[in-house]
Design a binder for this molecule. Structure first.
Ligand SMILES: Nc1nc2c(c(=O)[nH]1)N[C@H]1C(S)=C(S)[C@@H](COP(=O)(O)O)O[C@H]1N2
Ligand SMILES: [Mo]
Length: 195
């Protein structure tokens, strides 16, 4: 079986160095796949921001947008033109009261996965909380009911089953970052590992 294809001429400018195009949309999960019903689902904000708990309906009340983004996993597969629907990070952030001392975020998830991101990288216009993938409700394996998508960084920053943001003054390391992966993970610069 052939899992990877060479990028065509026209796509090659969009595939970062050391990456190949995946067939289909692989699933990459460390550990168990959590199951959360929309009724029990909660999203928390804490640390250097006013502590707040959001429910599923709070996200549905925000404007819903369609997004098309390329997806790059550090294990060297990429998928171009992934179509998502969801809420812009910047729209959600307008609901929060963030302390001006906050400069970093820890993303928290159902299941215990964490990943760190600079506030600057988080606040980009093209980042979003996705609740649909190719027109269907986001499947559990891809992070449903809701995941973060940060297109300009390797996909380990795009936390599946995300349920919290911890605002921090100093950077802390998330799960993969503690295990040797790069603090930032920019695919065009091949920021794969921290050594
Ligand atoms: N909660 C959680 N989020 C996660 C992961 C994970 O293991 N747990 N894996 C990350 C990695 S390494 C990648 S490449 C993408 C994979 O997303 P996919 O399974 O939808 O392709 O999710 C990221 N988000
Ligand atoms: Mo990944």
């Amino acid at each position: 079986m052939k899992f990877f294809q060479k990028p065509s001429q026209e796509e090659s400018g969009r595939v970062p160095p050391g990456q190949h195009l995946a067939k289909g949309f692989p699933v990459l999960t460390y550990g168990e796949t959590p199951q959360i019903s929309i009724e029990e689902w909660e999203f928390r904000v804490w640390g250097l921001a006013k502590p707040t708990v959001f429910k599923w309906s709070d996200f549905l009340e925000l404007p819903q947008h369609e997004f098309t983004a390329d997806f790059h996993c550090v294990t060297r597969w990429s998928k171009l033109d992934v179509k998502w629907t969801g809420v812009k990070v910047t729209d959600f952030m307008s609901l929060l009261e963030v302390d001006p001392k906050a400069a970093h975020i820890m993303e928290h998830c159902y299941g215990g996965y964490t990943t760190n991101i600079d506030l600057k990288d988080f606040l980009r216009e093209e980042n979003f909380f996705a609740i649909q993938l190719f027109g269907e409700p986001l499947s559990r394996e891809h992070g449903g009911p809701m995941r973060l998508v940060v297109p300009h960084l390797y996909a380990w920053k795009s936390a599946k089953w995300i349920n919290g943001l911890e605002f921090l003054a100093q950077e802390e390391s998330g799960f993969w970052e503690r295990n040797g992966y790069h603090r930032r993970g920019e695919p065009w610069a091949e920021e794969r590992y921290s050594y």
